[in-house]
Structure formats: C-alpha cells, structure tokens
Design a protein around this ligand. Structure first.
Ligand code: NAD
Ligand code: IPM
Ligand code: MN
Length: 346
C-alpha cells in the first residue's frame, strides 16, 4: 500500500474525455493493488487561457512540480487560433519548466489489430519501436523573429542537450533488442552534424548496442516499408514529433499511443501523442487507450509500480483481443465505455 499524489491536466478538446477515462483505470488498478491515489485537476492550454488568461498558470506549474506525476490530455483547438496566446505555449512551457527533455513514445502493434493497419500484415507483424524524442530543444525553443514579410525560427542544440537524451536512448536499447537508429538531417543541418558526432562519441560507452544513422527523409520512407527493422529510434524534437504520428499509423490509430516525458529528476509528465481532436471532441468518440497507456507509463516510470503498469497494459491488450474497440478501430464503444471495459479487467 502506498500513497501518491497525481496532477491531472485535462486541457482541451478530447483531453478531458481521455484523461477522465485514464483516471478511471488508475483508480481501478489502485483498488486492486491497495494503493491510495489522490488526484488534483488543474487547467492548462485553452481552458487555462479562458480561466486565467495564461496557457500555463503559475498555480498549475507549482502543483505539477510538487506532485508525484502528471497526466495530461491534450491542448489546442480552433477557438484559440489567432489569439495573442496559444494553448500549445502552455504545453511547451510545462515541458521546459519541468526539465522534461526525453519523450518516450512506444509504437507497438497489437496482434489483433494487424488488419486495422493500412500496411500489409506481413509488414507490420512484430513491429515494436520506441521513439526517443528530444523534447526541450531545437526549433521549438529557438529565438523567433517576425516582420510583415519575413519570419525565422532558430534551431539550436548543445552537446549537453544531445548527450543526455542520447544516453536515455542507448540505455533503452540495451534493455531491449540492442539496436539504436539515430535520425537526423546531417547532409544539410549543422545541428544534425553535431547530433551525429555526439551520438557516435557516446556510442563508445555502449559497445553492446548496434548504432545506425538515418537521414530523416529516408527514415520516413523506411518506417513504412520496413517498420519491423527498428528498435529504438532517437531523434530531435521536430523530427520526433512528425515520425511518431507516422508510426501511429502502423498501429492502426493515433489514439493508441501513449508517451512519457521525463527529466533528470522530479516528476514526469505522461501524455497521449494525439492532440485535442476538435473534430470529435465532446462526442464520447475518442479512443482513450493512448491516455490509458500513458497512465501505465506513469505507473512504471513515475511511481515505479511495475506490476501495476503491467496489469494496466494487460487489461488494455485483453480488451483489444476481445474486440472491444472504439470507432477509430471499427468498433462501437464510446470513450467512457472503452475505459470501463479496461477497468473491469483490473
Ligand atoms: P489531432 O491529433 O488532434 O487529430 C488528428 C486526427 O486524429 C483527427 O482526425 C482526430 O479526430 C484523430 N484523433 C486524435 N486523437 C484521437 C483519439 N484519441 N481517438 C480517435 N481519433 C483521434 O491533431 P490535429 O487535428 O492536427 O490538432 C488539433 C489540435 O491539437 C491542435 O490545436 C494541435 O496543436 C493540438 N495538438 C495537441 C497535442 C498535445 O496536446 N499533446 C498533440 C498534437 C496536437
Ligand atoms: C505533441 C504535439 C505538440 C508538439 C504541440 C501541441 C506543441 O504535437 O505533443 O506531439 O509538437 O510537441
Ligand atoms: Mn505531435
């Protein structure tokens, strides 16, 4: 029996629906294992702009920093387009303020869903990729300029920023199938040349890991033509953003993928990779599995509750195997009912 205080940041669009679905599952696993989970909800993104004028209110950040782990839904939506402040700034600010430089995005095929993938079954069978995305550097955080007729976004990386996320990827590869693919655009970008040099140097500490380099354009192609050839994929912030959405297509739906955003110390933030899905928001149609898998990662990485994380993952797998699916995967269940089916298995 242990006590943990969690912060929920539902955010916008389908964010509240999938976050509440994940909370239901967390409560079920806590009951089963006899833990005491306390939940506190705080606004972020568009909801926070509406409530306070700020996409990341100071009170939200302080609550997250003081918690054991944070579960986030999604931010953004057309309502805030063109405003002085954007919901997405709240997400970028919380990642930066909490020092969450490594974003782990597993993309694994669930066997019963193989036919939901637009790729041929033989291409996706056995796919099990871990994308390690650098999360607090690069073009997302460089200086921006804007005049009426010009605009610029600076992409910058330091050796230290590359090393710390690369170590996470090498360590992960060591615990998996021992292969690391580092993705860059070293034929064009100076930041990518520094990235590659740094990863090559670090490789000396990991002689047991096989390292390969891929340029991001051909990586986008190979992710589709030979996805099962990848194990751990390490890349910078924007490439990781794009490639992880692409990887979600292999699995059958972007609604299936969770993620963990981790720093050197302090609480982690756990979030599905999908956005606020304004086209289906408020209709009980979002697939909650990405948020629920994020909750499993919260248990594993955030609270160090491995058996509990595995129980949640097994319950998700069992529901999928039983054909209990939301509309994005051809099923008939709503968000809430899907979460209830998973919670019931706990
Ligand atoms: P999106 O991921 O929100 O949606 C893309 C498509 O996937 C849509 O058709 C949507 O209906 C579908 N989809 C997404 N999540 C789903 C789920 N759980 N179940 C079923 N279908 C799902 O991407 P977008 O439309 O480009 O962006 C919408 C807004 O979300 C933007 O404001 C964007 O900035 C924001 N966004 C936020 C996050 C985040 O908070 N982490 C991530 C991505 C995008
Ligand atoms: C994600 C999202 C965010 C990102 C946006 C909303 C800032 O797309 O988490 O993948 O680009 O990191
Ligand atoms: Mn994204």
């Amino acid at each position: 029996m242990s006590r943990h205080s969690l912060v929920l940041l539902p955010g916008d669009g389908v964010g509240p629906e999938v976050t509440h679905a994940a909370r239901l599952v967390l409560q079920a696993v806590a009951r089963r294992f006899g833990h005491d989970l306390a939940f506190a909800e705080h606004p972020i993104g568009g909801a926070a702009i509406d409530a306070t004028g700020e996409p990341l209110p100071e009170a939200t950040l302080q609550a997250c920093v003081a918690s054991d782990a944070v579960l986030l839904g999604a931010v953004g939506g057309p309502k805030w387009d063109g405003g002085a402040k954007r919901p997405e700034q709240g997400l970028l600010a919380i990642r930066k303020s909490m020092g969450l430089f490594a974003n782990l995005r597993p993309a694994k095929i669930d066997d019963p869903l193989i036919d939901r993938s637009p790729l041929k079954a033989e291409a996706v069978r056995g796919v099990d990729i871990l994308i390690v995305r650098e999360l607090t550097g690069g073009v997302y955080f460089g200086e921006r300029t804007r005049t009426a007729t010009t605009a610029s976004d600076l992409c910058a990386y330091s050796v230290e920023e590359i090393e710390r996320v690369a170590r996470i990827a090498f360590d992960a590869a060591r615990g998996r199938r021992g292969k690391l693919t580092s993705v860059d655009k070293a034929n064009v970008l100076e930041t990518s040349r520094l990235w590659r040099e740094t990863v090559v140097r670090l490789h000396r500490d990991y002689p047991d890991v096989t390292l390969e380099h891929q340029l991001v354009d051909s990586m986008a192609m190979k992710l589709i033509t030979s996805p099962s050839s990848f194990d751990v994929v390490l890349t910078e912030n924007m490439f990781g953003d794009i490639l992880s959405d692409e990887a979600s297509v292999l699995a059958g739906s972007i609604g299936l993928l969770g993620s963990a955003s981790l720093g050197a110390s302090g609480p982690g933030l756990f979030e599905p990779i999908h956005g606020s899905a304004p086209d289906i928001a408020g209709q009980d149609r979002a697939n909650p599995i990405g948020a629920i898998r994020s909750a499993a990662m919260l248990l594993r990485y955030g609270l160090k509750l491995k058996a509990e994380a595995e129980a949640v993952e097994a319950a998700v797998g069992a529901a999928i195997a039983a054909g209990e699916l939301t509309g994005d995967l051809g099923g008939a269940l709503g968000t809430q009912a899907m979460a209830e089916r998973i919670a019931a298995r706990l």
